[in-house]
Design a protein around this ligand. Structure first.
Ligand code: XMP
Length: 514
């Protein structure tokens, strides 16, 4: 049976990070809302309680019945998790005025405690808490302190229960990974069997059993998730998988052909549909960003469905939905930050069942599965690209000519990014979460080329670093790289006479301009 760690989510921004760290220890984990501890306990080897935006004293604070798991499995409380365990067991959590945000050092720790096995003294930990634990439950003892926080970590003498006030999951906690390893591997006894190879083997076997001889349809976007999903399904059911790749005319330069070639090289059964006429026609004269998106969404569904209907005996629709798409993180207001997105408006009469083989994977795991399946690196490392394509990167109305200008400028930008080597030998492209070019076609500015005055459009280059696209910062691209790209675009792309760089973070800006 597959072992798993349950992570109960009390709404912290770092809950997903805890999940990723546990997976990096080759251990499967599930992130569940704080009040949804599973009734079926098969495979559970340990429980982690996350942080929270709340104080335990807030009337709306998330509370949980600890007896569901304390004493049954090893438990690790992190930040709010640690405070809640104390609060619920006769300890004390107070607003002492010593709020702690940022770095602290573990001045003392119990080196014999299994949680700190291998720890070196004085290591840095990351704190982020308003309340402080001022008394721990009577059956617990302190196992680590910082200068300001006496109960930086404590453990129970009665149960396999540990609690840490700091965040082991974040990069700034120097030995955080070691602490989690001590918990997951030594304390919970993970066999560390979760790997890309084991995932591929078990998923292919499951898909074979689940799908039998059924026909499956999958919409390909050129992106990593749908491509890995298709390759995995292809391994399981081969020609019974039909992939549909719609060209709406607003893909990157030569993208349709390149991606079709890559898919065919992988042995996928792909139907490529050039529907660009329809999209350009329906978008003619439309300038409002939301209207553009709606038209593209509607047209896409129409084209996809018309193609899907041709596969009359299809029983399944496969999608490359991944784990972060499904986790419902709780924000302070209890609202969903990110909800499950999928292809809207399936042809209902087809009565297709949904197959989502990547639904348990984080993005980096999807990439590892891609490597395991022998997919080309360029397909696996590809930056995210929005469904509506370049349409959301052209201000104002969309014409084939504007798309052509943007494709040419963008191609120069992205190819240079692929070719630029950083001092450590890695490629600039791999340091950036996502990059793209925006055509500011509602703006013209004056320039001079040779002896001639020009009056043309600017383009804005965008490049961001991010973990999950929910927040992002503008990437600090090397100046010599920017100089080369700018020169090349202005010299080679007719219709562009100025290049700007977008230095806005998200929030308050978004990654895409429209
Ligand atoms: P924003 O602009 O909201 O983008 O900061 C966040 C991430 O989502 C991508 N994006 C989309 N992806 N369909 C998609 O599949 C869309 O309509 C869409 N709009 C934005 C965007 O490229 C970024 O990675």
């Amino acid at each position: 049976m597959q072992q798993k760690i349950i992570i109960l989510d009390f709404g912290s921004q770092t809950t997903q990070l805890i999940g990723r760290r546990v997976r990096e220890l080759d251990t499967f984990c599930e992130i569940l809302p704080y009040n949804k501890f599973p009734k079926d306990d098969s495979g559970i080897i340990g429980v982690i309680l996350s942080g929270s935006p709340y104080s335990v004293h807030d009337p709306e604070a998330f509370k949980v019945d600890l007896s569901q798991f304390v004493g049954k499995y090893p438990v690790l409380g992190i930040c709010y998790g640690a405070q809640f365990i104390s609060y619920a067991n006769g300890g004390k959590v107070e607003q002492t005025g010593t709020r702690e945000y940022g770095r602290a050092n573990l001045r003392q720790f119990d080196k014999d405690n299994p949680l700190f096995k291998g720890f070196t003294p004085d290591s840095q930990v990351w704190m982020s808490h308003g309340d402080t634990i001022t008394a721990i439950p009577s059956d617990c003892h302190v196992i680590a302190s910082t200068d300001d926080v006496r109960f930086a970590a404590y453990a129970s003498t009665k149960h396999p229960l540990w609690a840490v006030q700091f965040h082991p999951e974040v990069f700034h906690t120097a030995q955080g990974t070691l602490l989690l390893k001590n918990f997951v591997v030594d304390i919970c006894k993970s066999r560390q069997e979760w790997s890309a190879a084991s995932f591929v083997d078990s998923t292919v076997a499951e898909l074979k059993a689940q799908l039998g001889n059924d026909r499956v349809i999958l919409g390909l976007s050129g992106g990593v998730d749908s491509s890995v999903c298709a390759t995995l399904l292809n391994r399981a059911i081969g020609k019974n998988l039909t992939c549909i790749f719609v060209d709406h005319g607003m893909l990157r330069k030569n993208e349709f052909r390149k991606v079709m070639d890559a898919y065919q090289g992988l042995g996928l059964n792909v139907v490529g549909v050039d529907a660009s006429e329809k999209f350009f026609r329906d978008l003619e004269g439309v300038t409002d960003p939301e209207k553009k998106r709606k038209i593209i969404g509607r047209d896409f569904v129409e084209v996809f469905n018309a193609e899907a209907k041709k596969i009359t005996d299809a029983k399944w629709l496969a999608q490359g939905t991944i784990y972060p798409d499904r986790i419902e993180s709780l924000s302070i207001t209890g609202m969903t930050i990110k909800s499950h997105h999928n292809v809207g408006g399936l042809p209902k009469e087809m009565k297709l069942q949904l197959c989502e083989p990547l639904q348990w994977l984080f993005k980096d795991e999807v990439r590892r599965v891609g490597y395991q399946l022998g997919m080309p690196e360029r397909l696996i490392k590809r930056h995210p690209f929005p469904g509506p394509g370049l349409a959301v990167r052209i201000l104002g109305d969309i014409t084939r000519e504007k798309v052509r200008i943007l494709q040419d400028a963008d191609d120069i930008y992205i190819e240079n990014m692929h070719n630029y080597t950083m001092p450590d030998g890695t490629r600039l492209y791999d340091h950036v979460w996502q990059a793209g070019t925006v055509l500011l076609s509602t703006i013209r500015s004056v320039g001079v080329m040779g002896d001639e005055r020009t009056y043309e459009h600017p383009v804005a280059l965008r490049a961001v670093t991010s973990q999950d696209a929910m927040t992002a910062d503008w990437a600090h691209l090397p100046y010599d790289f920017m100089a080369k790209v700018s020169n090349e675009i202005i010299n080679k792309v007719k219709g562009v006479n100025r290049v700007c760089y977008d230095i806005s973070s998200k929030p308050p800006s978004t990654i895409e301009w429209e």
